[in-house]
Design a protein around this ligand. Structure first.
Ligand code: FAD
Ligand code: HEM
Length: 404
């Protein structure tokens, strides 16, 4: 809990910190990377360029200060903490690094707000930072223990690529086994791994997350990666392009254990999976999992894609439908008139998803994954139909979360 004296100072200075939140975190990153260039290897260079990561960090510190001073609701805060801790654990963040971040973050607050930051104000925000840091460090320590990552151990393990499957023009699946021949950790559909690759001839490491897109308990892991093409001023994606162009069967990749707070299959009862584009990866894992564990489960799969040709792994659907007799499939393809999938009883519609036509089995657990505007649109319709927020799980393939 925040001390009473700090709570008053934080409440009084919250609006100023809120107003300058992103300037503070941008300044913080500049300072920190100058003092610790080695940290550039764990942060996403693209997110720094687009400002997405500074925005996510600023938002979470301000939200926590609000929470400590009596604002916000506990449930949404619990979700935020859990999401950050899982992401950090997948990156192998250490307790020592929190000291570095804390030092530079608080120095940046001083630089941006100037004289307004008296010793009392600095001490109050230091307290906020460390309360948040301690929460996260404790959660991350638990996650490391659960994943079998020992104290001071690295999260990284070498995996051998045993197969690369070109799913569509822009999507490749990689099948992987542990390079040391050891056992495969189990995971829940919806969980992801971090993949670390060396770019620029080994001068720079970059890490990205990829959902495990195969069946838990299988003899290999599978990730399914969409190549991010250059558009306008935005360059091609660094890691997805590397994976597509440079990685072939027999190569080794560094992977973290599985992490992620989202369970795409829910506990029991009907399941509604709504995905768009490459957002199909958690849903594919969920379907393969249920096809061997709960074949009688009522499942509705709604998937939106640009065209049938862009819809990765659609050829797996007929077999899945055979194994899951209570599976209904609704597909929306933007660019083509409805196109059937051989051997699959599916409703195929041309155009963008019409959320009002998404079937909603009573009491269903719902999982969404796709571009953020798509998820907002679908979630708004589901909420309008009376679904409670806690029945809607979702994965965002970037920093941040859905807000109310
Ligand atoms: C939990 C989770 C699960 C995920 N699962 C999957 C999955 O199953 N499959 C999958 O394909 N992806 C998945 N992703 C997304 C994946 O992690 C990567 O974000 C994605 O592959 C793009 O990475 P990249 O290195 O290729 O692109 P980046 O280099 O990170 O670029 C991302 C975007 O930023 C833009 N950008 C970069 N630099 C600049 C700049 N200087 N100026 C302007 N714009 C810039 C790029 O043009 C691009 O549009 C997941 C993400 C998360 C968080
Ligand atoms: C109290 C301190 C911290 C807070 C509040 C915080 C907050 C966040 C948030 C909100 C995200 C985005 C999560 C998501 O939605 O995916 C994130 C990601 C990340 N954090 Fe932290 N963080 C803290 C400490 C640290 C530390 C100590 C490090 C290591 C130096 C670190 C490194 C990272 C990295 C590398 C990412 C992913 C970056 C990316 O994808 O661009 N964080 N953090």
């Amino acid at each position: 809990m925040l001390s009473q004296s700090s709570a008053a100072v934080v409440t009084a200075t919250l609006p100023a910190v809120q107003a300058h939140g992103e300037t503070i975190t941008s300044r913080f990153y500049q300072r920190m990377f100058k003092a610790h260039p080695e940290l550039l290897n764990i942060f996403n260079k693209g997110h720094q360029a687009t400002g997405e990561q500074p925005a996510a960090l600023a938002a979470s510190v301000v939200a926590y200060a609000e929470h400590l001073t009596g604002g916000g609701d506990d449930r949404s805060w619990e979700l935020i903490l859990s999401r950050i801790a899982h992401k950090h654990a997948s990156l192998g963040i250490t307790a020592t690094q929190y000291t570095i971040v804390g030092r530079h973050l608080l120095a940046a607050v001083g630089e941006v707000l100037g004289e307004a930051v008296t010793a009392e104000v600095a001490a109050a925000w230091d307290e906020v930072y460390w309360l948040l840091a301690c929460e996260l460090i404790a959660r991350e320590a638990r996650l490391y223990t659960q994943a079998g990552v020992g104290e001071a151990g690295s999260v990284w393990r070498d995996w051998q690529v045993v197969e690369c499957i070109q799913e569509t023009a822009d999507v490749v699946s990689f099948r992987l086994v542990p390079a040391d021949g050891g056992p495969l950790p189990t995971f829940t559909p919806g969980q992801y791994v971090s993949v670390a690759v060396d770019l620029d001839g080994g001068r720079r490491q970059q890490i990205r997350q990829y959902s495990l897109s195969g069946r838990p308990g299988s003899t290999h892991w599978q990730i399914t990666v969409k190549r991010v093409r250059a558009t306008g001023d935005a360059p091609e994606g660094a890691v997805s392009t590397f994976l597509h162009e440079q990685v072939t069967a027999g190569d080794t990749l560094r992977l973290s254990p599985p992490f992620g707070e989202v369970n795409a299959v829910g506990d029991e009862g009907p399941l509604l999976l709504v995905s768009a584009g490459i957002g199909l990866t958690p849903a594919m894992s969920a379907l393969h999992h249920l096809a061997t564990t709960e074949t009688g489960r009522e499942v509705v799969l709604v998937h939106a894609d640009r065209s049938a040709a862009d819809h990765a792994r659609r050829h797996e659907l007929p077999d899945l439908a055979e194994q899951l007799p209570n599976l209904s499939v609704l597909l929306w393809y933007e660019e083509a008139a409805g196109e059937a999938v051989d051997g699959l009883k599916a409703e195929v519609t041309a155009g963008r998803v019409d959320p009002s036509r998404i079937p909603l089995p009573a009491g269903a657990h719902i999982h969404l994954c796709g571009p953020v505007p798509f998820m907002y649109q679908v979630r708004a319709e589901l909420l309008r139909r009376g679904v409670s927020k806690d029945r809607i799980g979702y994965d965002v393939f970037g920093p941040g979360m859905l807000h109310d």
